[in-house]
Structures are given as C-alpha cells and as structure tokens.
Design a protein around this ligand. Structure first.
Ligand code: GLU
Length: 428
C-alpha cells in the first residue's frame, strides 16, 4: 500500500508565499482601514470549521492508495458556505484555508447570500484514470458527506475538477441520503441539474468587469491586446469571450507545459482545437514559445493571470507592462506586488471580484435546484452581468473614495458586509 505524500506547510516557499498568511495579511490591512473592532477582526482571521479526511482508494493496478483531503468552512454568517474543490498534487491545508477565506469575501463582494468554503484533495489527477478519479471522488463524499448539503455547504468545480466529478459526487451523496440531492453541489452537467451558463461563467464575469474597467477609464478594448496565463476552464473561455464580447486580440496563452506568442493574434478556435488534439498549447503553428513567467511581462494591454497563486510577486511586478490585470485565478498577486502595481498605475481587477462569476452562477444553480425549474441562458447572462457590474463599481468607487488599491477596496466592501452579518447575528 502506498501513502500519498502530502505537504502541509508552505510548499517549501517560505511563509511570505503561504497563501493563508497572505490572506490574513490582506484582511488585517482592510480591518485597519475599516477600523473593525478587535473581536470581529479575530473571528474573520480564522476558519470556523475544518475537516481533514483520509481516503483509501483502489487503484487500477490492484493496489490501494491512501489520499488526504480537506474541507474548510470558513464563515457562514451570510449563508451556507460555498466554494470549489481542487485536486492538486501541491494542495495544502493552508492553501485551502486561504481559498475558503477568499470565497467568503467573493460571495460578499457580489452580494449573494452565501458564506465561503473550499475543499481539496492531494493527488495528481493527470496521472489517474477515470475509474480511479471516480473512486476518489466517491470516497471523498463518503467522508465529507456528513458536513455538506444545500443548506450547509455546497462544493463546486475548481482546479482539475470537472462537471463529471461533480456528477459522481452528487450521485454518491444522493445514495447516502436516499433521494436525489442535486443542490448539494454545483457545476453539474446540464442533465443532472446543472445551470445553463455555468461552464463559461468565471471567464464571462471577468470579461464583464474588464468591460466596465474600459468604461471607467475610457479605454477602447476593441483591438486591444491580451495575454492569458493558464488555459483551463477560466483561461480558455476568457480567450473566446475576449474575442467575441470585446473584440480583443489575444497574442499569447500558456498552460502548465509552456506558452505561445504571436503578435498578430492567436485565434481561439484554432488554439483550442490544437490543445484538444495535443493536450498542450505549445508548438501551435506560427507561434513563438514563451514561458509562463515571460507571458505576464509581455507588452500587452491586458494580462489575465488564470492559473495558480503567487505568480506576480515583488520579483516581477516591476516588469509588468499591461494597463490592467484581470485576475481570473485565485491569489495570483502577493501583497508586495499589489503595492508595486498600484504605484506603477497598473489597474488590478482583484481575483475575488474578477472571478466571482463562477460562484454567482453556482448560486443561480442552487436556486434552480431548490425550486426545480430551470432558466434560459440569456437570463443567466443578464443576471450575472448585473451582479458583476454592480460589484465592479462598488469596488471602483471605494478605491476612489479612500485612495486605496483595488484589492484593498474589494476587501473593504466585502468585509463590511460580512462584519455586518456577524454583528446582526449577535456573534460579537
Ligand atoms: N471554484 C470557483 C471559485 O473559486 C467556483 C466556486 C463555486 O462555484 O462555488 O470561485
């Protein structure tokens, strides 16, 4: 029997790049600006609950592997906790805690009645068969099933988790409960209670905020250039929608195996097909190779960090030439980098605002599951647009009013709302 190796500290990167330390430091800065009382501040610095689970899974070769998983319910003052589930070889409890905190602020900034949570399993899904992934998914639900549910905590897809994985998890949970429970998880396939418009919702929401940035700054995005780091769900749809909705020209994209650059533009349809055929963007005909580091420093109007945490640090922030960074990933920019970007005049559309479209449509999915009646795609887009547009302007106006950088402004808007709920409940 092999035991899957886990790292629970800081990925060997030192505490300054520990995502939870960063999330707490960001909260501290906002608490000071808001003059938040000490008790509320302390309460919001820590998760309310977390569950660590051990998952024995039968592998295709007949051995049993033991995996480690987590579910963190960070804060549910505004409603049931909500947030994705990551399958990642580098997963740590501190990363999950940070992501759960960011989900709390994300749901508050778009003003949906949900708290924040997150889950993770330490595994490398790229090395696992479909059967192994299914058994791992079901094993996870057999453990965390006792703490999730439509009224408690609702998982969703995230890095390396898919609608198919959501379907297996919903199925396992339904068997435990003895009846169909579509609302226990979101991001499901359409025939199993999924919502129209959930697939591209994260990218679409980010594109709506970028459109609003164009309006407030007077910058014409038609023909503007962009570079996308990360070519998963958010990155691929950002490519498509930047072209279709804004008329932008994406000149560079990358995935975990490297990137491609063509100053004349890379067409979404062609790159997506190449990625489907070869499982990578590299070697796309007519393009030059570019690394994941270089892609963020290209001379483009917009960068879309759409992969993982801590890719914009004090080391490279000074080299960024873009006018705006639309953060589709969670946690791509460290606090030191935020200050540098602010001083340089790079407009950051902060992660938990920019990528809030996913959870917003997840919330719509929960609502549809609860009353078992499904909306047209146009209605989803329209309601998503209203939420994202209102959130963008709330953050932009707070930044202007207090003269603070955009992430701090987003924190101020979100924390104010969570703190109000905490107080009204009588927790502090
Ligand atoms: N995993 C996505 C996020 O980080 C979506 C979460 C959800 O839909 O609950 O926002």
């Amino acid at each position: 029997m092999a035991v899957e190796k886990t790292k629970t500290k800081e990925n060997g990167k030192g505490p300054e790049l520990n995502p939870f330390t960063i999330a707490q430091a960001q909260l501290d800065e906002a608490a000071e600006q808001l003059q938040l009382d000490e008790a509320t501040h302390q309460l919001l610095r820590l998760p309310l609950r977390e569950l660590h689970v051990t998952l024995p899974v039968k592998m295709d070769d007949g051995t049993t592997k033991v995996f480690q998983g987590f579910r963190v319910q960070y804060n549910d003052a505004r409603g049931p906790t909500k947030g994705g589930l990551r399958f990642h070889f580098d997963e740590t409890i501190d990363t999950v805690r940070a992501l759960a905190a960011w989900m709390t602020w994300k749901c508050a900034v778009v003003d949906i009645p949900l708290g924040g949570g997150k889950g993770g399993i330490v595994c490398d899904p790229r090395e696992m068969s479909q059967g192994e992934l299914e058994r791992l998914s079901r094993a996870y639900i057999r453990q965390v099933g006792r703490i999730i549910g439509l009224e408690k905590d609702v998982p969703a897809p995230d890095v390396y988790t898919t609608p198919q994985i959501m379907a297996w998890m919903m199925d396992e949970y339904s068997f435990i409960k003895g009846n169909n429970e579509f609302g226990v998880i979101t991001g499901k396939p359409l025939p199993l209670g999924g919502s129209a418009g959930r697939g591209d919702a994260t990218a679409r929401g980010g594109i709506y905020t970028l459109r609003e940035w164009g309006k407030v700054t007077g910058f014409d995005l038609k023909g503007a250039t962009g570079a996308i780091q990360g070519y998963g769900n958010a990155g691929t749809f950002a490519h498509q929608l930047a072209e279709d909705l804004l008329g932008m020209k994406i000149v560079a994209v990358s995935d975990s195996r490297g990137g491609i650059y063509n100053p004349d533009g890379l067409k979404y349809d062609e790159v997506f097909k190449h990625k489907q055929d070869t499982r990578r963007v590299a070697d796309f005909p007519g393009s030059k190779p570019v690394t994941n580091e270089e892609i963020l420093e290209l001379d483009v109007d917009v960068i879309f960090p759409s992969a993982l945490e801590n890719v914009i640090t004090e080391e490279n922030a000074g080299n960024i030439k873009a006018k705006v960074s639309a953060e589709l990933a969670n946690g791509p920019t460290t606090p030191e980098a935020d200050k540098i970007l602010h001083e340089k005049g790079v407009y950051v559309i902060p992660d938990f605002l920019c990528n809030a479209g996913g959870v917003t449509v997840s919330y719509f999915e929960m609502v549809q599951n609860a009353y078992d009646y499904y909306w047209e795609e146009d209605m989803v887009h329209d309601r998503l647009d209203k939420k994202m547009t209102a959130a963008f302007h709330a953050v932009h106006e707070t930044a202007e009013k207090y003269g603070v950088h955009k992430r701090l402004a987003a924190y101020m808007v979100a924390i104010d709302r969570v703190a109000e709920a905490v107080k009204l409940r009588g927790w502090v």
